[in-house]
Ligand binder design. Structure first.
Ligand SMILES: [Zn+2]
Length: 252
């Protein structure tokens, strides 16, 4: 086995004040990114969460109807623990999200409502590194996020959402970058040493989901340490969260 250490990570920019996190499922942000969110909200930045599904197919022992309110409640609490009050659920069907124009429209509307400079999503590469294949909803949502960010800025795309087209929104072309949390192609990172505990608490808030996974002895703190310590080493700090950066072609 070659023994080359992973390349260093660049710090992510922090010269922004609104970020919208758009992910497929409740819990997607809590498996690593939430401690970075806690850092940002601690700096006074506004961060919103937009969940494409409610994760209602995520607990084997609960029907989707029973599961949906449980998972939405856990996500709202999990967000609160890292300083996020704005949590929306787009209501797409968990497990069978399809990439396409309707999904892009729904995400573009969320971007036009929140008007962020940064949009955070989850890893949408084929794997998480190695041979661990990614999940279909994650790939569909991440691809749609990148496209929807462009759509949001174009007044002739999804014009029915806009004032003058029947809606009450304005175009929003202010997103400079999309960041994919936990990507195996990550080039950037966030020092989460000071907010690591908040990140752990926000994962622990998904207790019904974690219990339902039936992973013997799953410990949120241990799990997050296992990801965050090696990432921190690449940043030269104790704990870190990694992101792949997609510039959205808006220069200054
Ligand atoms: Zn997920």
């Amino acid at each position: 086995m070659p023994d080359t250490p992973p390349p260093p990570l660049e710090p992510l920019r922090e010269d922004w004040d609104h970020a919208l996190c758009v992910v497929a499922h409740p819990d997607d942000l809590e498996f690593g990114a939430a401690a970075a969110v806690a850092r940002w909200t601690g700096q006074g930045k506004q961060v919103g969460y937009c969940m494409v599904t409610s994760g209602e197919a995520g607990i084997d022992a609960l029907s989707p109807e029973e599961c949906r309110p449980v998972r939405e409640r856990e996500q709202v609490e999990s967000a609160r623990l890292v300083g996020v009050d704005h949590v929306e659920f787009l209501g797409w069907p968990d497990g069978v999200v399809e990439y396409g124009v309707p999904l892009r429209a729904a995400i573009a509307a969320a971007v036009r409502r929140f008007r962020p400079q940064v949009v955070v999503t989850g890893n949408f590469r084929e794997t998480f590194g190695g041979t661990n294949l990614n999940q279909a909803d994650h790939i569909a949502v991440g691809r749609a996020v990148v496209d929807a960010v462009r759509d949001a800025g174009n007044r002739w795309v999804f014009a029915d959402q806009l004032v003058g087209g029947g809606g009450d929104l304005q175009p929003w072309g202010g997103v400079g970058e999309v960041w994919a949390a936990g990507s195996p192609e990550a080039s950037h990172g966030v020092d989460t040493t000071a907010t690591f505990d908040a990140g752990v608490a926000s994962l622990e808030a998904h207790s019904a989901y974690i219990d339902g996974l039936g992973w013997e002895d799953f410990d949120p703190r241990e799990f997050l340490e296992g990801i965050s310590r090696p990432t921190g080493q690449r940043l030269g700090v104790a704990m870190g969260a990694a992101f792949e950066v997609f510039p959205m072609g808006w220069g200054e």
